[in-house]
Design a protein around this ligand. Structure first.
Ligand code: NAP
Length: 307
């Protein structure tokens, strides 16, 4: 029998990805939505999580597709009610919130999943396998996109906890932490803040790598024209380029694979496994890099940003 699920936050990512992925997976049944302003045709709609929790004890799982700032309160209420919880990335607005949620999930004996959708892009496992036996010399993340195109009118990304350019940048860091066979940590960062905003519009990061490899990242939200979501890798034994956010892989200049976008179907398949096994997956390593960059970063003030 399908697991009954409620989706909270009927915004951009819910409509673009969550609803099609849930509908396409017979293991899940979308029973209800929670949204202050929106609903989905044919699905029971609740305006508050409290009313859903009170009226729908049959629902086992809550998927949160809201921005990071309100996520902790929603996740805490759902876990405290004994529900399994799936968190959009980033899993919260602070690390301590995430630790508290993981502890609560463990105490309640329910599943929690800090999702990193980019890790589920088609070519990421291929790159991970290719890299595993090789000596890394250089890894460079280049994540440059147009915030006006991808986040039209979204004010929460500019508010404390919204993370600015790290909202997409954390996707690259989620791939890096998945494919690297060893840990790295942020050693230096430069962050550019528009003078009228609380979060950065661009960032340049350097990482300390225990093997001495040159590991760095650049994130920029001011990119017009060609959008770039690339990870370039040099090893002692060949080069690789992951592009299109993980959908295309070239090795030594030769196209190895160009996949399609299966990230969210893969996420919901994984969540079903976690729920079935009462397991938890709360890897916070991409978020740790962002928090360290925000802590260590040299802050530059740049031109004001307006939509
Ligand atoms: P969004 O469209 O701006 O917001 C999603 C929904 O959350 C809104 O429709 C709103 O629904 C609800 N919401 C907003 N502020 C809230 C608040 N303070 N309290 C309660 N609910 C609130 O955002 P999104 O682009 O879908 O992003 C949501 C999450 O998905 C973010 O963490 C983001 O990083 C992640 N994500 C986004 C994308 C993307 O392409 N946009 C891709 C991957 C992951 P109501 O007003 O109707 O309640």
């Amino acid at each position: 029998m399908a697991e009954k699920l409620a989706l909270v936050g009927i915004g951009k990512i819910a409509r673009d990805q969550h609803i099609p992925a849930i509908s396409g997976n017979p293991d899940w049944s979308l029973e209800a939505t929670v949204s202050r302003h929106a609903s989905v045709d044919g699905i029971a709609a609740y305006q508050t999580l409290g009313s859903l929790l009170a009226e729908r004890p049959d629902i086992s799982t809550i998927s949160l597709a809201i921005p990071p700032q309100p996520r902790f309160d929603y996740a805490k209420a759902a876990l405290a009610a004994g529900k399994h919880v799936m968190l959009e990335k980033p899993p919260g607005q602070s690390l301590a919130e995430c630790f508290a949620l993981e502890t609560l999930a463990r105490n309640m004996g329910v599943s929690i999943f800090a999702t990193w959708h980019s890790r589920f892009a088609d070519c990421v496992p291929d790159l991970k396998s290719w890299l595993a036996p090789r000596d890394l010399k250089r890894l460079r993340i280049v994540w440059k996109e147009d915030v006006r195109h991808w986040h039209p009118g979204q004010e929460w990304i500019w508010e404390p906890g919204g993370m600015g350019v790290f909202d997409p940048g954390i996707n690259a860091l989620s791939i890096m932490t998945e494919i690297l066979p060893h840990g790295v940590h942020v050693s230096e960062a430069t962050l550019e803040y528009p003078e009228n905003r609380a979060t950065p519009i661009a960032a340049e990061l350097r990482f300390a790598d225990p093997t001495g490899a040159d590991v760095s990242a650049v994130f920029d939200w001011r990119q017009e024209g060609l959008q770039t979501w690339d990870i370039e890798i040099e090893t002692a034994d060949g080069n690789a380029r992951l592009s299109l956010g993980g959908e295309k892989l070239e090795i030594n200049g030769e196209l190895i694979k160009e996949g399609s976008n299966n990230e969210y179907p893969n996420l919901y398949a994984k969540m079903f496994d976690l729920v079935r096994n009462r397991d938890r997956d709360m890897d916070l390593s991409p978020f740790i890099h962002v928090c360290d960059a925000l802590s260590l970063g040299r802050r530059l003030i740049t031109a004001p940003f307006h939509y």
